[in-house]
Design a protein around this ligand. Sequence first.
Ligand SMILES: Nc1ncnc2c1ncn2[C@@H]1O[C@H](COP(=O)(O)OP(=O)(O)O)[C@@H](O)[C@H]1O
Ligand SMILES: [Mg+2]
Length: 349
Amino acid sequence: MENLVETRDLKTLFPILRGLFRQHVGDVRAVDGITLSIERRQWMGLVGESGCGKTTLGKTILRLLKPTSGHIYLDVNLEIKEKIDELEKTQPNSKAYKEIRSKYDLATFAGSKLKNLRKSMQLVYQDPFTSLDPRMKIKDTLLEPISVHGLMKGQAAKERVGEVMEMVGLSQKQLPRYPHQFSGGQRQRIAIARALVTNPQFVVFDEPTSALDVSVQAQILILLDKLKQEHNLTYLYITHDLSVAETVCDSIAVMYLGKIVEMGNPSDIFKKPRHPYSRALVLSTPIADPTRKRGRHVLPGEVPSPANPPPGCRFHPRCDRATDECKTDEPPLLSEGGLRSVACFHPIE
Ligand SMILES: Nc1ncnc2c1ncn2[C@@H]1O[C@H](COP(=O)(O)OP(=O)(O)O)[C@@H](O)[C@H]1O
Ligand SMILES: [Mg+2]
């Protein structure tokens, strides 16, 4: 299958500046070397505890943040990505390397190229209040991206707005209303409509249903699935709720302290987690079935500060399988065939 979205060794560090002269004393390593790929029409879940860097990764892929290093691709063919890798190794200072990156690597985009990209990649936040202006009628909220990108005018723009309203299960009659006149679930539908109005290829959802009741949450997930099928969309779905990821995602990436520790099919990860962190997450996730033993375990300790990550495997201070090797050497994310990959010296058999 073809990859729509790909990152290679992506890093987003936030500098820590101290003192009168704003000296650079360190970095928050929020995204610290992430290589992942999302196939076209795939729904990938990104899970991990709070503070692991999920939001930073999502925003960096969308280029709402500028990465410190690494590559981001949207719909770029394999030969070009390989050419960039080869030039990076052999002639990193060449004009050819710079030119090819400026054309294809989103990590280098700025100005109008970045603005153009926004049409194709969109973000839906957890709280629609942050993305919906309370003083703007829904109609104007939905028209805004169309006019910013100069996509359509007049009647055509109005028709598009009506169309996305119906796509998300709302009515055109509701267009003259303000955000506060809608329920939480309806507001999230409007936020989804706003993300889709420019006809994007790729959407990042950042915990979009975590503020909603379970029944409303289920309706939104059904809607997202339908929209994905009907409009050939590709999703990165950030959630700390593993049971959601298990139900809806085609693949799951487990993130810990700026790194991916395991990737695979939801059923593989849930039935047979290979990384001790994935296992701990799975065991701490409640499930409806009382005969199964999940939800009783609590993951011990807290996520260490990404400003000062532990050496070796970042999970070792919390891991019951850790040996000396784990304290000094960093396990690489190794492919185990198919979608499956794991970064652990002592994966669970
Ligand atoms: N703009 C920023 N400046 C400095 N540190 C940040 C910034 N944004 C996020 N961080 C830090 O980066 C780490 C990852 O944050 P985030 O991506 O929000 O994680 P998650 O979404 O998984 O909860 C956290 O330690 C957070 O405090
Ligand atoms: Mg977050």
